[in-house]
Structure formats: structure tokens, C-alpha cells
Ligand binder design. Sequence first.
Ligand code: FE
Length: 164
Amino acid sequence: MELLTCIHQQLGKLTNPTLKELGSALQGIPNIYELVQPFITDPDQFSYGRNVIYLNDQLEVIVINLPPHVETAIHDHGKSIGCAIVIEGKLLNSIYRNNENQTERAAASFVQKGDCLFAPQGLIHKMSNLQDERMISLHVYSPPLLNMSNYQEQTASDILPDVV
Ligand code: FE
């Protein structure tokens, strides 16, 4: 079966889905590794490929192609929750917390092929590909993405006082 048909069957009927439902739906798509291949796009306006393949009033589904040694900006997902399944390669997910307008890395963990990354509402994170091969992932957000924000990480030079 074609990917968009599977997505429509697994996800199309969900209303206000939970993270668990999104994860189960993604992991329930049979043969997902092969089905995603035709939807992988090269980087264009971003440093990574980003292809919106399905959109309705409840859901947005995106295929991400993160080239070797490339990472996303630190971002949130507005009011959306999200789940991503790794299709190829390995992903480093770094989680940040915002403290008095300072953005600090709080945790980081690898997500392997076939595993899911869960993004509850309000999560601030960055995805990095530290490998020599591309990383492909399939993401589903609910509701569709709107008003995402980017963040700048606090670095040591930001904290040190200016030397006069
Ligand atoms: Fe994200």
C-alpha cells in the first residue's frame, strides 16, 4: 500500500490525538522504511530536506532529511504535540529548558531506526545528525504546526562579562 493511503487509514480519523496514539499510528504503518523513500527531498530553503506530505485540520505529516553532520535550529512546535519515527540513520535529540530568557541544554539522547521521538506541547529541542550517513525521519504533528519559535543557546561567551 502507498504511504499516503496508510497515513490516511492510520491517522486520518484521529481527532485531538495523544502522543501515544500518534506513536502507535506511526509504528503501525507496515513497510514504512520503503514507503517513505519516494517522499525524501534534498535540502533547499533549510539546511535539511523538509517535505509536508499530508495535512488536514487535525494533523500535519512531514518527512525530514537531515544530511550528515547537520542539525536543526533549537525550536518549539507552538501549540502542537508531535511524534517522529526514525526511518534511516540515527538522531541525537537535545532538549532545552528556558530559564529567565536563557536557553540551556537539559538532556540529550539518541533515537535509533524504528524508535520514536515524542514532543509534548511546549518541548524545546534540536535534532542533530552526528553520523556520516543521512538521517531520515517521519513526523506527525497535531494540530498542524503554527507559530513555531526558534531559540539561541546560551554559550560560555554570553555569560562571561565583556573584557574592556
Ligand atoms: Fe521539532
